[in-house]
Ligand binder design. Structure first.
Ligand code: OSB
Ligand code: MG
Length: 370
């Protein structure tokens, strides 16, 4: 593959709602759109790092720096035949997974477009339609969350995830169960807001038949999660704690979780995402695709990876119109049936970019050439 040019664009896209978690809130989505040009095609991906280092240690600025100073030069200095070569080339760089994933993802898209293959097929996807859920943020009141649950259930989302934090947890889950019943596929995501000192809260949550509790304890922990999992019948799902297939292996061996959330950015790319998927499949651990409030470009990558067979639990890839007035992919990515998205079969990610919308959202851009 000949790479002729790499372009980075920083975009700011206003969200249609305020999205709050236990670690902060987002009103305007900030992302880096990566375009890799070669042999008449362009591959696209986006960096999912947030502006601030509160979900993980990366930020928009660290991603830009790592790409410019280390990762792009590696791509120009080495022959690349397949996306797996990129994974190997970036391996000596410690962490900075979101920076790596954005470049690797754009090269996956470019590679697929050059071969005339859909990204889903190239990754080993088997589904043409995927079930999706929705992640609902913390609101000022329980009633405001209930109103959102009602709206999104009516749209047919197959899994309702609510964000929790100490003081906004058991009462919320009890209210959702009371209003919508025990059959609603419901889970809670704590984004590391608890410690083992909150064991009583966890045991109370354990009474509500949740599909899982996502990342209750520290972002860098798998020991306490194993202790907690022994006390609960609800499966723990790890998000922040898993950066690689090695992390997944250790967490599963310790009994720290029963489910894993795969985010392509957090684990450093599609190649590593597929490894985690395959390993979890061999261990009978179901996986699902997490979200980072991605634009349509990032969500197109999420759709492609979700088409793999062990993504048996609906992910957080909601429709474009939930997030944006106008997405940066033409027409957005919308539900084709209640709670379902189509897996495109066109080349690469299968969506064209809306260059006019991108022009409205762009803050800065830079081009690199060999
Ligand atoms: O923990 O899954 C998370 C968004 C930003 C950072 C972390 C998380 C999330 C979400 C949103 O839950 C999922 C989405 O709608 O993209
Ligand atoms: Mg999470």
């Amino acid at each position: 593959m000949k790479i002729e040019r790499i372009e980075l664009k920083q975009l700011h896209i206003p969200l249609r709602f305020r999205f709050e978690t236990s670690f902060g809130y987002t009103l305007v989505k900030e992302l880096i759109l990566v375009s890799v040009y070669g042999e008449g095609e362009v591959g696209y991906a986006e960096s999912v790092a947030m502006p601030d280092p509160y979900y993980n240690e990366e930020t928009t600025e660290t991603v830009w720096h790592m790409m410019e100073r280390f990762l792009v030069p590696k791509l120009f200095a080495n022959p690349i035949e397949t996306p797996e070569d990129v994974d190997r080339l970036f391996a000596p760089v410690r962490r900075n997974n979101m920076a790596k994933a954005a470049l690797e993802g754009a090269i996956w898209d470019l590679y697929c477009k050059q071969k005339g293959l859909s990204l889903a097929k190239a990754l080993g996807g088997t589904k043409s339609v995927i079930d999706v859920g929705i992640s609902i943020g913390i609101e000022p009141t329980v009633d405001q969350v209930l109103a959102k649950v009602e709206r999104h259930l009516a749209e047919g989302y197959k899994k309702i995830k609510v964000k929790i934090k100490p003081g906004f947890d058991v009462e919320l889950i009890r209210a959702i169960r009371k209003q919508f019943g025990n059959d609603v596929p419901l889970m809670a995501d704590a984004n590391s807001a608890y410690t083992l000192e909150h064991i009583d809260v966890m045991k109370e949550l354990d009474q509500y038949g949740l599909m899982m509790i996502e990342q209750p304890l520290a972002h860098d922990d798998i020991i306490d999660h194993a202790k907690l999992q022994r006390e609960l019948s609800t499966p723990i799902c790890l998000d922040e704690s898993i950066h690689s297939v090695e992390d997944a292996r250790k967490a599963i061996e310790l009994g720290s979780c029963g489910i894993i959330n795969i985010k392509i950015g957090r684990v450093g790319g599609l190649t590593e995402s597929k490894r985690i998927h395959d390993f979890c499949q061999s261990q009978n651990i179901p996986v699902w695709c997490g979200g980072m409030l991605e634009s349509g470009v990032g969500r197109a990558h999420n759709v492609a990876i979700t088409s793999l067979p062990n993504f048996t639990i609906p992910g957080d890839t909601a429709a474009s119109s939930r997030y944006w007035e106008e997405d940066i992919v033409e027409g957005g990515i919308e539900l084709i049936a209640p709670g379902q998205l189509a897996v495109p079969d066109g080349p690469g990610i299968g969506y064209a970019l809306n260059t006019r919308a991108i022009g409205n959202y762009v803050l800065r851009s830079v081009n690199f050439r060999p």
